[in-house]
Design a protein around this ligand. Sequence first.
Ligand SMILES: [Zn+2]
Length: 224
Amino acid sequence: MATILVYNNQTDRMERFERAFTEPMPYANQTLLVGEFRGTSQSFLLWTQRAAMQSWVQFRALWNRPIYLPYCFRRIGEGGHASQSQHYAGVSFDCAQNLTNAERTKMRQLASSSGLWTYVEPASLTPTWVHMDRRSLPAACSAGYPLTREGMRGVYVCILQDALNLLQNANLTIDGNFGPATRAAVVQFQSRRSLTPDGIVGCATWQRLTALAVGSGLPLDMQY
Ligand SMILES: [Zn+2]
């Protein structure tokens, strides 16, 4: 059983679902199971945004046959793709490892021309799979993290809360809502690391957070 947090782009609200790994992801119209979205992650807490699921559903309809998807969501502590945010944000899909090069090229071209994704990785970077994502724009950093501050909601707040819990036992509930407790933990992190303690997570703070948190492990209680 997994807990799935979904940022609903249409209402600017976080939604929470409890589903088995064999059940479909919220908003995925039966085209993506929770277990597929979890991929190689060991986490029982997953997050994504509604827009990413909608892009997946529409792309699946265009492709018009099942898509092999072994790598998708990761917690930042699990690491796996350096500082780049998209898989930690739950908005990326690494798929089609089972296809021939020619078929993968076809899928990459369809992904690009569909206009459904904000980014499709070129074959030179991912020759044996197709990476497509619905990342947030604009980014404060080249690694894809947007400026994040009190009052905001979404998957990047989830990453932030997760990283703060890992790095300084902030004991934040990972809910994707940037409230006063999250802000206080950010100020504490910034103060300890000679960053401007303004509670606003811009490029410099994201860089320090990711440098320390990526690959540092999952919390002992992975449910929280
Ligand atoms: Zn990827």
